[in-house]
Design a protein around this ligand. Structure first.
Ligand SMILES: Cc1cc2nc3c(=O)[nH]c(=O)nc-3n(C[C@H](O)[C@H](O)[C@H](O)COP(=O)(O)O)c2cc1C
Length: 186
């Protein structure tokens, strides 16, 4: 069996993006703990064919590639910017093109960003039920970050970092933690 892969999907159209930065940060932190290969995508990687596609086979090659990576991932990190209290419409449309069985039992670490704290429960009230439909294993701790948790688009606050640690540690249930060698520990 090859190295398990963690795939991050950020539902953001911005570059630079706080959401993509958070998703990458979480995926890399999980990778250093469990030894995953990492790939991170955003909505620009998906591209414009998404908007007019009613079925998956109407997507262009690069959008199909991103969807294939999502469904083939051993574990997902999903991140969405908060738009009007929820995830962006086109992000939902991307997820709409996934068949119901394709995310069944998949571990998913859910994250979101927003301008402030007012919509912090968006991870619980919007993202968690979305992946509940697919019968995925959303990890118990979801991560929400607001503007003040970032500095130059990088994860900066201790509070956020601690929350990420909590969420990443919940991956233990699915993957054995990489045991550090004696040399690395010294
Ligand atoms: C159309 C739009 C709607 C937004 N609505 C909300 C909102 O309802 N609540 C909130 O906290 N932030 C809202 N924001 C702010 C973004 O969620 C926030 O800046 C987010 O971190 C942007 O992520 P990004 O850097 O990945 O683009 C909105 C931003 C846009 C562009």
């Amino acid at each position: 069996m090859g190295t398990p892969k963690i795939v991050g999907m950020a539902g953001s159209f911005s570059r630079p993006s706080k959401t993509t930065s958070l998703v990458r940060h979480v995926a890399e932190r999980a990778s250093s703990r469990y030894g995953f290969d990492v790939a991170v995508y955003d909505m620009i990687d998906v591209g414009p064919s998404l908007g007019s596609a009613l079925w998956r086979n109407q997507l262009d090659e690069k959008a199909q590639h991103v969807l294939q990576e999502i469904v083939a991932a051993d574990i997902l990190v999903i991140g969405a910017p908060t738009y009007k209290g929820s995830y962006p419409g086109l992000f939902k449309h991307l997820i709409d093109l996934i068949d119901p069985h394709e995310l069944k039992s998949k571990p998913i670490l859910i994250t979101a960003t927003g301008g402030g704290d007012r919509h912090a429960l968006m991870v619980e009230h919007q993202l968690r039920p979305l992946f509940g439909f697919f019968m995925a294993h959303t990890l118990p701790t979801a991560v929400y970050a607001s503007d003040r948790d970032f500095l130059d688009y990088a994860v900066a606050s201790q509070h956020l970092s601690k929350r990420i640690d909590e969420a990443v540690s919940e991956v233990d249930v699915f993957f054995a933690r990489r045991v550090p060698t004696r040399e690395a520990a010294e």
